[in-house]
Design a protein around this ligand. Structure first.
Ligand SMILES: Cc1cc2nc3c(=O)[nH]c(=O)nc-3n(C[C@H](O)[C@H](O)[C@H](O)COP(=O)(O)OP(=O)(O)OC[C@H]3O[C@@H](n4cnc5c(N)ncnc54)[C@H](O)[C@@H]3O)c2cc1C
Length: 423
């Protein structure tokens, strides 16, 4: 029995079918994969093109150590082959983010729905599971309308962000009721509220290639890089949302962000360039309002050296982080010590498995969170199959590029689009 029909639940159902396991997916909302549809601004960044070690390094410990068996068994290349074999071609951007070629999140959900249709995998929609209780050697799964006994249950109910997509913390509650420890929730990959947001009074501004040091009491504790998007109240973009995740993971308090707007250039070289009146490549893209704001921070008569130092060390005290419901990922969840990373089985309750964001697993922005959900779901199902002597999961076949995604024109399986594309 699979509880939850999001990224991990859909992959779990598909893998169970590959192995010939009988399984039913129970989904709380009226359609599966609602959060998948929102991913990557409706384009769905399904994974990150990187080696296993590079991928794991990006999660950081303790998540990396926990995910190693799942990701080693199902690395990004295998996930992309799996999608290709099921008719969904993907493409890697220069920065490593991997999207469906169509750049339509819809196509990812349709890929899974096609597998469910073709393999006749039962999925019950509008079916919130109310509890998972021990029942003999297995579990009893209660919903509003019926209850089912299952020898093995995989809980894939997600985190607690974007609750309208269905993930409201039910799985963590089931886990707690069954004696598991649950790490407190914090917003990961969320916007950061800063004093300097007065910079972008009229419209959001983009600072494209920054390096951001997270400092506590003057000591650098971590560093992120990439774009920053400043709006009137908040800073987002990869460098900032990744910083919010680190703050949550490391429990950093009273953080000051020190932003280097020209990480590729020394302060001296930058000062020389400014003195020469040349703005250079980065200077061309640094918004005028930001430059004007920074110049205003300097004492009258300050020279190019002072401006260069400020451009490389713009200090912003953090006022707060946007709330959990707005975060892309939840930091916290079923504690990793409660789960065997080699199987995804609970260490407390034999036959109970977890995968995806319901666990205290999160990664940076860039496809890492979906990859973790897919890989842990696949490992959980492979472990269940192994436990009952079913055949092992086949390796994903090489992409042929010849098969079109099936069912694309099958209107019966094309529900209306709930979210408008924001491009
Ligand atoms: C706006 C946004 C953009 C994102 N973009 C990306 C991206 O581009 N790339 C990336 O890697 N990650 C991205 N993420 C993160 C990613 O979506 C999640 O990490 C991932 O979906 C987690 O998968 P999951 O299956 O564990 O949980 P979910 O996808 O949240 O699925 C959980 C499912 O369980 C169901 N459920 C919950 N409770 C019950 C219950 N009691 N009974 C039955 N069913 C239940 C829910 O309805 C839901 O369908 C994004 C997140 C957000 C919010």
């Amino acid at each position: 029995m699979v509880v939850g029909g999001g990224a991990a639940g859909l992959m779990a159902g598909a893998c169970a079918a590959e192995l010939g396991l009988r399984c039913v997916v129970l989904e709380r909302r009226h359609r599966p994969g609602l959060k998948l549809l929102l991913c990557g601004n409706n384009r769905c960044n399904v994974t990150h093109a990187a080696s296993v070690d590079e991928l794991l390094a990006a999660y950081g410990e303790p998540v990396a150590g926990f995910l190693r068996p799942a990701i080693t068994a199902f690395p990004p290349t295998a996930l992309r082959r799996w999608f290709a074999d099921h008719g969904l071609q993907t493409t890697a951007h220069e920065d490593g983010r991997v999207f469906p070629v169509s750049e339509e999140a819809d196509d990812v959900v349709h890929c899974f729905r096609d597998v469910f249709r073709d393999r006749e995998i039962p999925m019950v929609l509008n079916c919130p599971v109310l509890s998972v209780e021990p029942d003999g050697a297995g579990y009893r799964v209660r919903t509003t309308h019926f209850s089912l006994a299952a020898p093995r249950v995989l809980v894939v109910t997600g985190g607690v962000s974007y609750p309208k997509t269905g993930s409201v913390g039910d799985g963590q509650r089931f886990a707690r009721d069954l004696g598991h420890r649950v790490a407190p929730y914090r917003p990961g990959l969320a916007g950061i509220e800063l004093e300097v947001c007065s910079v972008a009074q009229r419209q959001p501004v983009s600072l494209p290639a920054t390096s951001v040091a997270l400092c506590c009491a003057g000591i650098e504790r971590a560093r992120t890089s990439g774009e920053i998007l400043l709006d009137r109240t908040c800073a987002r973009g990869p460098a900032m949302v990744n910083a919010s995740r680190i703050m949550a993971r490391e429990n950093l308090r009273e953080v000051e962000l020190r932003i280097d707007l020209f990480p590729a250039e020394s302060a001296e070289a930058l000062a020389r360039r400014l003195a020469g009146g040349r703005r250079g490549r980065q200077g061309d893209v640094l918004p005028r309002e930001v430059m004007e704001f920074l110049v205003r921070q300097l004492p009258a008569g300050a020279g190019h050296e002072a401006l260069a130092r400020l451009l490389k060390d713009w200090r912003m005290p953090v006022r707060g982080v946007r709330p959990l419901k707005e975060a892309m990922v939840t930091v916290g969840g079923v504690q990793l010590e409660e789960i065997d990373p080699a199987t995804m089985q609970s260490r407390r309750c034999p036959g109970l498995y977890f995968a995806g964001e319901v666990m205290d697993v999160d990664g940076p922005t860039g496809g890492y969170n979906l990859h973790a959900a897919f890989a842990t779901a696949r490992l959980a199902i492979a472990s269940i199959a192994d436990g009952i002597g079913a055949r092992p999961l086949p390796a994903a076949a090489e992409p042929t590029g010849s098969r079109e995604r099936r069912g694309r024109d099958d209107q019966r399986f094309r529900p209306p689009r709930p979210f408008r594309k924001r491009r």
